[in-house]
Design a protein around this ligand. Structure first.
Ligand code: CO
Length: 313
């Protein structure tokens, strides 16, 4: 398949006359599908390949959550990635990891691993036996064409390095990436300008955040139930409970109302890339020939180009 270069269309839109803003409606709801991944990990895949154009620049979201070690102990033994970033956020439990950059260690409760595979890494991610529930998420964020073959980069963030903002109504917002209430998250200089927040809203309280028009925004519910927009036309779509996710439509603000038990959710936003996607397993490029090239390099043992380590801890 040849490369497609789209003409750039510029739209000039008058800014709104006052401070009025458009609340983003809920465009779609995801319940997730039970999936067997890695060497036999049972997880819920919230979205993936079929939803690609909708969620650009996000490619995939996996929700791990089980109190049965047989569901996760097989883990994700050595495998490659190229052309994407993988973002692992553990809510409870531990994942042991090791990679071809020379990184290794544990991702523990509340920790985040933001890994940019660039031209290629090999790594393994092995959930450890946990008392109670192992819970966490892995999000795949696409890289723009110009950075897909860049030097890989790795960020390992401990829970205590993630700023926590307390709101006047008793809410709690952990800022991994992007800005909330003037507080900037530690993950910066990511090509799609992401926002990644872990938000807890007390019962019947409201959470509101400006999100630039044009960005893709979704929320993944962790606990409780909430109403994710106030549009009467989206009734039925707009309420989501633990384990469900919603994709927002156009607007410049999200407005979320917690139900009677309170609400915890991840709020993730980013700038779409509008580039062709060629996807094979853990490798996501722009063209089929780049996928074939990656497969050839894996066979020949030339896949890993850059042993340089970029560390931020
Ligand atoms: Co991986």
């Amino acid at each position: 398949m040849g490369e497609q270069i789209r003409p750039v269309t510029r739209k000039f839109i008058e800014p709104p006359p006052s401070t009025s803003s458009i609340v983003r409606p809920v465009a779609r709801k995801f319940e997730g599908a039970e999936t067997l991944e890695g060497a036999g990990v049972r997880l819920r895949r919230m979205f993936s390949g079929n939803e690609v154009p909708l969620l650009d620049p996000f490619l995939l979201l996996d929700n791990f959550g089980s109190s049965n070690p047989a569901d996760y102990l097989a883990g994700f033994p050595w495998h490659p990635h190229r052309g994407i970033e993988t973002v692992t956020y553990m809510l409870n439990g531990e994942v042991a990891h090791e990679d071809s950059l020379g990184n290794g260690g544990r991702i523990g409760s509340g920790d985040v691993q933001w890994m940019s595979a660039g031209s290629g890494i090999l790594h393994q991610e092995m959930p450890q036996r946990t008392e109670g529930q192992l819970a966490g998420f892995q999000l795949w964020v696409n890289l723009p064409r110009r950075l897909k073959m860049e030097v890989p980069a790795y960020r390992g963030l401990r829970a205590n390095g993630i700023p926590v903002v307390k709101t006047p109504d008793g809410g709690v917002v952990k800022v991994v990436a992007g800005t909330f209430d003037g507080v900037k998250g530690p993950v910066r200089e990511i090509p799609v300008d992401p926002t990644y927040l872990d938000v807890t809203v007390p019962k019947e309280s409201e959470f509101s955040l400006p999100v630039p028009a044009g960005q893709t925004v979704f929320a993944q519910t962790v606990d409780g139930t909430g109403r994710f927009d106030a549009h009467p036309t989206t009734r039925g779509l707009s309420t989501a409970s633990a384990g469900e996710a919603v994709l927002f439509g156009e607007g410049d603000r999200v407005q979320i109302q917690a139900g009677g038990e309170g609400l915890r959710f991840l709020l993730v936003a980013g700038r779409p890339l509008h580039e062709p996607v060629a996807w094979y397993g853990p490798i996501v490029m722009n063209t089929q020939s780049e996928i074939l090239e990656a497969a050839r390099e894996l066979q020949r043992g030339t896949f890993i180009r850059s042993p340089r380590v970029v560390r931020e801890e």
